[in-house]
Write a protein that binds this ligand. Structure first.
Ligand code: ADP
Length: 190
């Protein structure tokens, strides 16, 4: 069992790195942004509500995302562990996640704090070109990250091993740094 949380600004490379980790460690990649976009695509009520927030680069209300995550984390593919990409994004989500995990008798093994300069992030996002990847929304998402999501790192500071990684270089180079740290934690935990 290996449970990881990714915390990092939009466009910093969480999704790209998660794909490597998912493969190497055989754990489920849970990206709340992807789950919300799927709900929009499927026209669910959750999707309809979420869209109005996502279009502006605001966070979807905690209760909606927490319920979605709670259900997801109990699926079979999480038995071996999971990697959370885009959750928790607020203090409230972090506190609720703690309660959910306690009930399931699970814990977080590592938090990856991945960062890059705003310049790099904005360039990457504009290249990606998703519906919410226009300059105005990007700027708001970065602001929201700084004010609401970054404090979550403090929540974990004294409880969980935090791996701080600068996301510069090729995806493979960044992943090599992450893997080295994850392997140390994984092997110590055995
Ligand atoms: P990025 O990291 O590039 O912002 P995501 O796909 O993680 O991309 O998130 C896209 C949008 O989905 C966010 O701007 C937000 O509106 C919504 N979202 C995703 N995860 C959460 C969450 N945990 N809490 C609230 N809103 C979320």
């Amino acid at each position: 069992m290996f449970n990881i949380i990714f915390i990092g600004a939009p466009g910093v490379g969480k999704g790209t790195q998660s794909a490597f980790i998912e493969k190497d460690y055989s754990i489920a990649h849970i990206a709340t942004g992807d789950m919300l976009r799927k709900n929009i695509e499927d026209g669910t009520n959750l999707g309809k509500t979420a869209k109005s927030y996502m279009d502006k680069g605001e966070l979807v209300p905690d209760s909606l995302v927490i319920d979605m995550l709670n259900e997801r984390i109990q699926k079979d593919d999480c038995k071996n562990g999971f990697m959370l990409d885009g959750f928790p994004r607020t203090m409230e989500q972090a506190k609720e996640l703690d309660k959910i995990l306690a009930k399931l008798n699970r814990k977080i093994d590592a938090v990856i704090d991945i960062y890059a300069s705003d310049e790099i992030i904005i360039k990457r996002l504009l290249n990606r070109g998703r519906a919410d990847d226009n300059e105005e929304t990007i700027k708001n998402r970065i602001k929201v990250f700084e004010s609401q999501s970054k404090p979550v790192l403090d929540f974990y500071k004294d409880k969980v091993k935090i791996i701080k990684i600068e996301s510069v270089g090729t995806p493979e180079e960044v992943y090599a740094k992450i893997k080295k740290e994850l392997d140390i934690i994984k092997n110590n935990g055995l």
